[in-house]
Design a protein around this ligand. Structure first.
Ligand code: SF4
Ligand code: SF4
Length: 435
């Protein structure tokens, strides 16, 4: 039986059953029943859309607490490039990295350094004639999971190279063991994350058996702590921790990975619903002249992650400043991959069907016929009043035995009116008999 871990969860007490979230979920993973939302774990891709739209903050991403960091004798922070967009111009990357030391880490390794190595590996991979085009970036774990559940024919198109986060964690650990002689079990590597999907990819990785990351901290959770410490760090500090160039830093925004690749035949799309439209185009073979697709679940890419602090449109100019500064001291030439084969995924990413009605093929076909017949009778308004995102989703729930036809208000009205007619007829018949 498949085990699921999801960072995105519901705080039941806060949920008011408003149904706001059901329409925004890209995989129809949410239902509202008995006045409370529930998440269907097989369908959820941890994109975090429901966190962003819930007016009552009932959806949240579970991350690790800062206390977990203290459990490791040697603590390493690996900040996502989007971290640099969370502060204004006065807070340079040097200052931010030094700030991470001040809040309690022993060492910091930029994920943007690993992003440059991954870029180089992807460049090598793109030269392979066997590769199915267009190649789809695997930088966003929510998009990889979306492909798994909704676009299985595109699994061969995914770039099956370790993510910058995983690579950074591996480099950080190996360096601490080699250069400082620290025992592996004493090292705790913590990713500072902009999103829930990264938490899930650490706790339940798809590309390898076990993640090299020991914990994931939310950018939001450490923000104030970091800001307070940074205020005491001189604005013009030059930190020896800076080890990546502008191309790695640029990965934080939509189009950044494509820009780093230098491949002009690219398409960069952001926002999960836009991503779905582009993936549909690829499946329908309507995308011409595109070699590489950079698809990121959040608006403006990782800068728009649900665990970030600053609005992505504000974060983008902040990041631009950092990219400008990075261009003046470019390390990116040093961060190359020897051979991309060393960075390939060790596990196979499989299709995870979400519309499997039954394990028995014959029963499944019968249920599908029932589903179509029920759907045919539905009003087709997709109003969401029943707690399912669409009439078809309600029909599916009915076939699965999770809902009934009268959950639909229109069907309920029909039923009530038919019952009323029957009672009326019964009363009239009784009256006639008594006359
Ligand atoms: S948006 Fe969803 S989770 Fe939030 S209160 Fe409404 S039904 Fe509940
Ligand atoms: S995280 Fe995304 S896929 Fe999961 S329930 Fe929320 S909106 Fe749906």
């Amino acid at each position: 039986m498949t085990k699921y871990f999801h960072s995105v969860t519901l705080e039941k007490d806060k949920c008011r059953g408003c149904t706001n979230c059901i329409k925004h979920c890209p995989t129809e993973a949410i239902r509202v029943r008995n006045g409370k939302a529930t998440i269907i774990k097989e369908r959820c891709i941890d994109c975090g859309e429901c966190i962003k739209v819930c007016p009552y903050h009932a959806k949240k991403a579970v991350t690790d607490s800062f206390e977990l960091v203290q459990e490791y004798p040697y603590k390493i922070a690996i900040p996502a490039p989007s971290q640099y967009g969370q502060f204004g111009r006065d807070y340079s990357r040097d200052r931010i990295l030094q700030g991470l030391l001040e809040i309690g880490f022993d060492w910091v390794l930029e994920v943007s350094k690993a992003a440059e190595i991954v870029t180089d590996a992807t460049k090598q991979m793109l030269k392979s004639p066997e590769l199915k085009k267009p190649v789809i970036s695997s930088a966003c774990p929510a998009v990889v999971r979306l492909v798994q559940v909704r676009f299985p024919t595109l699994i061969p198109n995914l770039v099956k190279i370790e993510s910058p986060m995983e690579l950074a964690a591996r480099i950080a650990k190996n360096t601490a063991i080699r250069d400082k002689g620290i025992a592996k079990e004493d090292i705790g590597v913590f990713f500072i994350s902009p999103c829930a999907a990264k938490v899930t990819s650490v706790k339940a990785p798809y590309e390898k058996k076990e993640s090299s990351v020991n914990g994931v901290l939310s950018m939001k959770d450490i923000h104030i702590r970091l800001l307070e410490k940074m205020k005491n760090i001189p604005a013009d500090i030059e930190s020896p921790l800076v080890c990546s160039g502008y191309s790695g830093v640029g990965w934080a925004r939509s189009g950044g990975e494509s820009y780093a690749l230098g491949n002009e035949q690219y398409l960069a799309v952001h926002g999960i619903h836009n991503v779905i439209k582009v993936l549909e185009e690829i499946v329908a073979d309507r995308l011409e002249g595109v070699e590489f697709v950079e698809a990121l679940s959040c608006t403006e890419g990782c800068l728009g992650g649900p665990l970030t602090v600053v609005n992505p449109f504000v974060a983008r100019p902040n990041l631009k400043w950092e990219i400008k500064r990075a261009k003046e001291t470019d390390f990116s030439r040093e961060n190359s991959a020897k051979d991309y084969q060393d960075l390939l995924w060790t596990e196979d990413v499989e299709y995870k069907p979400i519309l499997k009605l039954d394990n028995d093929m014959l029963k499944a076909m019968k249920k599908m016929q029932q589903l179509e017949a029920i759907n045919e009778e539905m009003p087709g308004l997709d109003c969401g009043a029943c707690g399912a995102p669409s009439c078809r989703a309600l029909a599916e729930d009915i076939v699965r035995g999770l809902a009934c036809e009268t959950d639909c208000v229109f069907k309920l009205r029909e039923k009530v009116s038919s019952l009323a007619d029957q009672i009326k007829a019964l009363v009239q018949n009784t009256k006639r008999r008594n006359e």
